[in-house]
Design a protein. Structure first.
Length: 339
């Protein structure tokens, strides 16, 4: 594909083109599923990045969504549940292995890689954005690693990037699965730039024409993010989620709740309620994988996550969690540990 053609090519739900200035533009185009990544999309993204890596005419990469609601709402969890329930370990390993290889390729990409997050970016959506060189969010962005609510654990390299966020924020996001805003994502270090949604079309146009130098364009359009919903709770998050184990973490939250002292007390009680609704198995696995990942390389984290993903896909809690969230949608999972 020559860089001067301006031609858009499609592979199912992934569209790609190269601008005359040498910017490879990838558009996620599965709006009906909020761009949830099925295996075809993961393979298409991986093949595109591999081809552009060696193409001297491609100087940088820009990833965006055609959906007004989501950048990417996650991975194909329904397919993984079905594969796990029928004992198809090969299908589970093929999907997660391919997805994690894509995450690693993005993290090690030799050219600028910018993701524009406007709307939902959850689970696998963070895997194709946070590992790049720049991640732009707007006030409409909603980010989360919500896996403990469905009997899974934060994967896609989250065991590497979450424990490295300041103030134990990553432990909070990984264990509680909290949805956060664009400003909060910048504040805690997940995102690199904040741009108002009204400016996003102009930013996209400028980036598409920037060739291999997106930094200057990003600096021109980015503004300081407003105070986020996390700002008032940063101290209590660090106090509670820096605990050495889950029991101590719960104890610290209970102590904060029982003080009855304003917003932190309410927050602690609400957070305890969230943990109580999560899969106990998932909380244990998540705590251990974050602890192991805190001092490990991304490659080691992804390798560990792959083995855990393959084993977790066979777990009754995963099957039940996805049933309650995405199949029957009753939001009332009955976890194996509580039967």
């Amino acid at each position: 594909m020559g860089s001067g053609t301006g031609r858009t090519e499609a592979s199912g739900t992934v569209r790609r083109r190269v601008t005359p200035e040498g910017v490879g533009v990838v558009e996620l185009d599965r709006p009906g599923a909020l761009n949830a990544l099925d295996l075809e999309m993961v393979r298409a993204l991986g093949a595109t990045l591999h081809a552009w890596r060696e193409d001297s005419e491609v100087r940088s990469v820009l990833v965006r969504s055609t959906s007004p609601k989501a950048f990417c709402a996650g991975g194909d969890i329904l397919a993984m549940r079905a594969a796990g329930m029928r004992g198809d370990d090969a299908a589970v390993r093929a999907y997660f292995g391919t997805e994690y290889a894509l995450n690693a390729a993005i993290a090690g990409y030799p050219k600028p890689y910018t993701a524009l997050v406007d709307g939902y970016a959850m689970g696998g959506g963070l895997g194709i954005s946070v590992h790049g060189s720049a991640m732009v969010v707007t006030e409409r962005a909603v980010l989360a690693m919500p896996e403990t609510a469905i009997g899974f654990f934060p994967d896609i390299g989250a065991s590497h990037f979450l424990p490295r966020l300041p103030g134990a924020a990553g432990w909070y996001l990984g264990l509680a699965g909290t949805r956060i805003s664009g400003p909060a994502a910048v504040e805690c270090g997940l995102a690199t730039h904040y741009v108002p949604a009204a400016e996003l079309p102009a930013l996209e146009e400028a980036l598409a024409g920037a060739g291999g130098e997106p930094d200057a364009v990003l600096a021109r359009y980015a503004v300081d993010a407003p105070p986020s919903e996390l700002a008032a709770h940063r101290a209590v998050i660090e106090r509670c989620f820096s605990a050495p184990d889950l029991a101590e973490l719960r104890g610290r939250l209970a102590a904060e709740r029982d003080t009855g002292d304003g917003a932190d007390s309410v927050w602690a009680g609400d957070t305890l309620d969230v943990l109580d609704r999560a899969s106990p198995m998932s909380l244990e696995v998540t705590f251990e994988v974050l602890r192991a990942g805190a001092g490990a390389s991304l490659a080691d984290c992804l390798a560990r996550e792959l083995e855990l993903s393959c084993s977790t896909a066979r777990e009754p809690d995963f099957h039940e969690g996805v049933r309650a969230a995405l199949v029957d949608k009753d939001r009332n999972p009955v976890w194996a540990a509580r039967v």
